[in-house]
Write a protein that binds this ligand. Structure first.
Ligand code: URP
Ligand code: ZN
Ligand code: ZN
Length: 472
């Protein structure tokens, strides 16, 4: 065998299906050998005592996304993917968002320009459809799918993004026809508006009331409605950022009927609760935890663990949506805007996703290491048309690998992280298990917490049609 570029030697290789003691041989960015005693390589990395995992795939992140007048995301492609890489993630799929009244194609062109030459890890784009005009539905979406953006997200809430039921049905029908995978943000707009108005009129404006304005019933109703619309059109859907038991029950019910409903959850729903929105200071620090759906309670956390164990959840994503805390238009309620309604929704977490799931899941005996790999890498690749190029350790796959130290203890702190956000919701959270090396297509990009790769290492991925999309 010709000389290899890289050998990872002496580690334990963990995929979604298997745990094997073998070396990994890499040439030209791809895995070319899984064998014992590989030695003839330009670089040999000693992985004794470490786990060798597929690089993480985070299929739900927001980078450099337009977020309302004057509001700027803390992370663009450079810092967001730097943070991803440091957390063991080698592929991200952020969202190219259509602004109402704009062409979706133009928004995607703009998003390519934002990403080009900046990314530390590989990336694809989901689309966000906010204005489903006939041109968007019949011309732009099919053309963008053909260009490798084979999934899109629709929203059932947010002033700038919400689609009516009729629009949801129209968009689902296009997904069925074009074989795209639809991701749904399932929270009911009118119910949230009603509750928010009522809370404000009662003077209940602190960040905690964000959680009160979006109770589980609001998520459950929208989840059911999305499932029903998908059933009408006969299209598979993915319900993203599921927060608790009530939405899960709808998903179980749908699957029992034979409907193709997929599900994602996130670190916030196994580690945070609505009480965190109360913060140390009711008026201020609780805003650090404002995301939608909001974190619930410990009973919901237990339900989510059940779903992770039983396979209800296909993917575990960060929903990294970074807004600065100490910023005039950030999480601190902006001047003159006096209620939770104005706090930008979303929290940073692309770097902490894998350590949190490993520590709370594998280290505490709740899930196996193989399930961890499925939830953080393999299932994302399968769901979004990247498998087997990404998401596994197999001959022929891209050499996207993370070396994982299962014994390493860390305490998550802002100064340890590589994002451009100014806080982490997990400040002080102790974890066991940490990524010690990240490799992207055979190139070491993070080593012992230092980012040694460069912006531009990551490339755009044209994704295949999802095998979970509507059948031909
Ligand atoms: O609060 C959240 N999750 N913000 C991000 C946008 C979204 O809905 O995913
Ligand atoms: Zn969402
Ligand atoms: Zn999101």
């Amino acid at each position: 065998m010709a000389r290899l570029d890289l050998v990872i030697s002496g580690g334990t290789v963990i995929t979604a299906g298997d745990t094997t003691r073998c070396d990994v041989g890499v040439r030209d960015g791809r895995i070319v050998a899984l064998a014992e005693n590989l030695t003839d390589a330009a670089r040999v990395v000693d992985a004794k005592g470490l786990f060798v995992l597929p690089g993480g795939i985070d299929s739900h992140v927001h980078l450099d996304q337009p977020s309302g007048e004057g509001i700027v995301m803390a992370d663009g492609f450079e810092s967001g993917t730097r943070s991803a890489a440091a957390g063991g993630t080698t592929t991200v799929i952020p969202f190219a968002l259509q602004l109402k009244g704009s062409s979706l194609r133009a928004c995607v062109t703009d998003y390519h320009a934002k990403a080009r030459g900046k990314a530390h890890v590989d990336y694809g784009f989901h689309l966000i459809v906010s204005d489903p005009t006939p041109t968007v539905l019949n011309q732009e979406l099919p053309a963008l799918f053909a260009d490798g953006c084979t999934s899109f997200k629709v929203f059932m809430t947010y002033d700038d993004l919400v689609l009516s039921d009729r629009q949801l049905l129209e968009v689902f029908a296009v997904a069925r026809r074009e074989r795209a995978l639809v991701m749904v943000h399932a929270e009911g707009y009118d119910a949230i508006r009603f509750l928010s108005d009522r809370l404000e009129s009662e003077g209940k404006t602190a960040p905690y009331y964000h959680a009160v304005s979006r109770p589980e019933v609001v998520e459950r109703e929208a989840t059911h409605r999305a499932i029903s619309h998908a059933e009408l059109v006969d299209v598979p859907i993915m319900i993203v950022h599921v927060s608790g038991r009530e939405a899960m029950e709808q998903i179980r019910w749908a699957r029992a009927k034979g409907l193709k409903v997929h599900a994602e959850t996130c670190p916030q729903y196994i580690t945070l609760t609505a009480d965190d929105l109360k913060g140390l200071n009711m008026d201020i620090s609780g805003a650090k935890y404002v995301c939608s759906p909001p974190p619930r309670d410990t009973t919901s956390q237990a339900a989510i663990w059940e779903g992770l164990r039983e396979g209800l959840f296909d993917t575990f994503s960060s929903d990294h949506c970074p807004f600065r805390f100490d910023d005039p238009m950030g999480k601190l309620v902006p001047k003159g805007r006096t209620s939770f309604r104005w706090v930008p929704n979303g929290i940073p977490g692309v770097e902490t996703r894998m350590p949190i799931l490993w520590s709370e899941g594998v280290a505490k005996g709740r899930i196996s290491a193989n399930t961890f790999v499925a939830l953080t890498a393999t299932n994302h690749a399968r769901m979004y048309g990247l498998y087997p190029r990404k998401g596994t350790i197999a001959v022929g796959s891209d050499a996207d690998i993370v070396l994982w130290d299962p014994e390493r203890h860390e305490t998550i702190r802002q100064d340890l992280l590589h994002h451009d956000c100014d806080y982490t919701p997990w400040e002080g959270f102790a974890v066991k298990g940490w990524p010690v090396m990240t490799i992207l297509r055979g190139k070491v990009i993070v080593e012992d917490g230092r980012v040694v790769g460069s912006p531009g290492d990551g490339v755009f991925l044209e994704r295949e049609v999802s095998p979970f999309a509507a059948p031909m």
